[in-house]
Design a protein around this ligand. Sequence first.
Ligand SMILES: O=C[C@H](O)COP(=O)(O)O
Length: 248
Amino acid sequence: MPPRKLAAGNWKMNGTLASLAEVETLMHDCAGAGVDILICPPATLLRLMAERVSAGAVAVGGQDCHAKESGAHTGDISAEQLRDAGASYVIVGHSERRADHGETDAAVAAKAVAAHRAGISSVICVGETEAQRDANETLDVIARQLAGSVPDCATAANTVIAYEPVWAIGTGRTPTNDQIAEVHAAMREALVARFADGAKFRLLYGGSVKPANAAEIFAIAHVDGALVGGASLKAADFTPIVRALDAA
Ligand SMILES: O=C[C@H](O)COP(=O)(O)O
């Protein structure tokens, strides 16, 4: 049986209390969709959003977590605190965290372990820079990030992998279908080689996914959903992406 599909939205550092109306519209407009829907709002909205979606049609998640459960780490949030606020997922290793905060593969793996310790699923991000793609290093970079960022305790039930080429994020540029297919096939192969249930991990594509290109991307083998940034902020944009995934 193929993995259940997942449409995930990452609001990044966007959204205020007024934005909660979007998730209510999304729930209404996506009612009956046969895919999982996840929204990762900023931490300030997590608890309130979790309350609004308590009917269960939409899951909420954090955008990062600390590796430790608690302690003197000003400004950080633990996976346990995310779960306490109503999160069932957390994104770890997003390229913006890797770049802005110097997160290494080992740090990302420790965060994923923390998520699993807290009983929430990790969405582990990998992806090459434009310079790495131009240098034909993409598959090596992805293999190295997967090996280093995905912990041994990962299972298909607690881990989602998101392939996000750094140069495609927020730029309106996307890889060709063949390029996405090549990376997703390589990721599947690496997961199958390492994990007993590697065939069941959900593999998301992320980077300038829009209503206009979603169906084409979801038709690619081993693409089990998307991690969407800008187009997840408005229900009017995210709903057609969810529907395209449901139809794929
Ligand atoms: O986490 C989401 C990605 O970084 C994609 O962002 P984007 O859809 O705005 O390109």
